[in-house]
Each structure stands twice: as structure tokens, then as C-alpha cells.
Ligand binder design. Structure first.
Ligand code: ZN
Length: 276
């Protein structure tokens, strides 16, 4: 069996045109001996896990390994599957190139790979911990550490940009997208995780996605919206992982034990925005 690093090298060689140098935006011209080099001689090494680290400077991420492991267990329990099946059904070019922006620990892309997305999938995140965990857990997705603000991906090469519960950069999306490509963005609806919100003593202002949706609609000529709502049972051994996973579950001191006992289901209420 090919080592991960060799498999990754052949992926980059075959799909060199999907990348660009994060320093000078020139194409990568050579791929050899586990590194890639651009036409101005900037060089990046592939890691043993088969990932590329294309960040210009180390980024601080709020994601700890513990939190990422909780996210991974929640994802692997099937928590996101109804959402991902809905996304799968609207992807127009399953054989095309897919870029997963802000992929975290990589479970979404890995799941879609198993659902008949046959084209190359590149998933990236600014969190090196997230990408390490992703690359150690899943095959057949190319994982990279990168920053959407200085994105090391080539212009006009992507059929699908996936942006699940993660920040957007529309000018970058425009640059990266093919002419008939799609941006698929997922944002929370007001009832997202309402059971947890209700149990928290410190009440927050109700969440509204109005501004984010407006921005998306202003940007694309053709927007389709799909609401997806379902309830997930949280079994006892899942609650702590769940609380670790969502920022809504962080920094709760006094009522934490009470919430852990009382929270036995949550509503997943999300809006899928599809822009062309
Ligand atoms: Zn360069």
C-alpha cells in the first residue's frame, strides 16, 4: 500500500493546477521528493500524514485537540448526516472539484466522499490540529492547512465550494469558482440547538441569520434556500462531547452538571444557501 505522503504527492502532481503559491500566487511547477515548488522557487513540504501546510505564519486557533476529538465523535455518530444528505442531493457536479472551506476535523468531506462525490476533494482549515486529526482519520480527501484570506488555491478551478458553519470570503469564492460552479453555505436557523439555549441561565439575544442571508443574496444572482430541521437524541455518553463541540456549550460553570443531566435531545435547524 502507498504511504500517505506518496499518495498525497501523486494527488498534488495530478491536480497541480488546483493550487497556487500562497506567497506569490504563481503556479506550482515541480512536485518531487515530497515537496512542491512554485515558479519563483517558494517551497512547501508534504507532511508524513500527506497534508500540505500552506499558511504564511502560524495561526492561533481556539480549537484544542480535545474539542476536535469531541467534534469527531459527534460527527461519526451521524449527527450531521441528514444535513449532508441534503447537501449531497444539491451538488450539481459530483464528478467535479470540491473545496471544503473551514473543514475542521474533516468529517463532512469524508462522508460526502462515501456518498458518491467522485471528483477531487480538497478540504482545508486554519487549524493545524484539525487537519492533523482529519488526515489521520480519513482517506481519499486531500487535507491542507491554509487561510481563506490568502488562499493557496488556483482561480476558476472549483465546481463546488462548501462552507459549513464557517466564515465566508466572497471575493475569494468568486475567484476560485468555475463559471457554472456552486457555493453551498450552511448557517444556523433561529431554532438551532434551542434546547441548550433554553437550559442556559444566562440568556442570549435570540440568534438571527438575517444579515448573513442578506449578504449571500446580495452577492449571487441565483440563490436557492433549503431549510433542514431534525432532532437528535443525545445519549448519556454523547452529552459532554456535544457540549465540547459547540461554542454555546463553553464557559458554563454553575449549571453545567444540570445541563448534562437534562439535555437529552437537540434540534438541528439549519439553512442551506446555494449560490450560483
Ligand atoms: Zn511562490
Amino acid at each position: 500500500m502507498l504511504k500517505k505522503i506518496d499518495k498525497a504527492e501523486s494527488f498534488v502532481r495530478e491536480h497541480r493546477q488546483l493550487f497556487q503559491c500562497p506567497v506569490c500566487s504563481e503556479p506550482f511547477v515541480t512536485v518531487e521528493d515530497h515537496h512542491i515548488t512554485c515558479s519563483k522557487d517558494h517551497r512547501f513540504d508534504l507532511s508524513k500524514k500527506g497534508t500540505l501546510h500552506l499558511l504564511m505564519k502560524p495561526a492561533q486557533s481556539e480549537y484544542t485537540r480535545n474539542m476536535l476529538l469531541s467534534r469527531q465523535r459527534i460527527a461519526q455518530s451521524g449527527f450531521w448526516h441528514p444535513l449532508l444528505q441534503a447537501i449531497r442531493s444539491v451538488i450539481k457536479h459530483p464528478e467535479g472539484t470540491l473545496l471544503d472551506v473551514g473543514c475542521g476535523e474533516g468529517a463532512h468531506s469524508a462522508y460526502l466522499r462515501g456518498q458518491g462525490i467522485t471528483g477531487p476533494i480538497i478540504a482545508f482549515d486554519i487549524s493545524k490540529e484539525g487537519i492533523n486529526l482529519a488526515a489521520g482519520s480519513y482517506e481519499d480527501v486531500f487535507f491542507a492547512v491554509a487561510d481563506l484570506a490568502h488562499s493557496p488555491f488556483a482561480s476558476g478551478q472549483y465546481d463546488t465550494i462548501l462552507n459549513i458553519l464557517s466564515p465566508s470570503n466572497y471575493s475569494e469564492f468568486d475567484r476560485l469558482l468555475k463559471k457554472d460552479g456552486q457555493v453551498i453555505k450552511v448557517v444556523p436557523n433561529p431554532d438551532y440547538l434551542k434546547e441548550l439555549r433554553a437550559l442556559k441561565k444566562e440568556k442570549e439575544t435570540p440568534y438571527s441569520n438575517e444579515r448573513v442571508v442578506q449578504k449571500f443574496e446580495d452577492h449571487f444572482d441565483d440563490v436557492e434556500k433549503i431549510t433542514i430541521t431534525y432532532t437528535v437524541d443525545l445519549f448519556e455518553d454523547m452529552v459532554e462531547d456535544f457540549m465540547n463541540m459547540t461554542p454555546l456549550g463553553w464557559h458554563i460553570d454553575k449549571e453545567y452538571e444540570e445541563i448534562i443531566t437534562k439535555l437529552n435531545e437537540v434540534t438541528v435547524d439549519l439553512l442551506i444557501l446555494i449560490g450560483e
